[in-house]
Design a protein around this ligand. Sequence first.
Ligand SMILES: [Cu+2]
Length: 166
Amino acid sequence: MATMENTMFLVFVFVALITKEALAAQHAVGGSQGWDESTDFDTWAKGQTFKVGDQLVFKYASGLHSVVEVASESAYKNCDLGSALNSMNGGSNVVKLNKAGTRYFACGTLGHCNQGMKVKIKTVTGNAPSSPAPSSTSDAPGPSQSSASFVMAVAVLLATFMLYVF
Ligand SMILES: [Cu+2]
């Protein structure tokens, strides 16, 4: 029989798991330096993991720079911005990484791409193996067989929790 304390504990565990899944990360392109000629974007990108659902945020001085997405590795390498997929400006742009794969961005200001103001983003699927439950949560039900039953379990637990509180 579930006590109030047990129920609250389970709710916390499940809400924490769900929140971790649901919260997509925002990546400020270039880190604190932002979208700028002086930023080392290769190094920055290597330190990041881009998952499906995450967002890129380009921050820069409006008018000085822009964000141009190009379709191919060769266009990226050659700074060939003539066949751009998309072009953004205004100083703050958000790009959603909605599928796995590689995307290429460069600055559209003349000469900036050739100075290295470009970045290649490799997005991976977000289905990373879930971390094993720590031994202290051995009272909790084991890993769910499917995400549907998992969601159902959370819904039931939350409903139970609400009944206790209100
Ligand atoms: Cu620029």
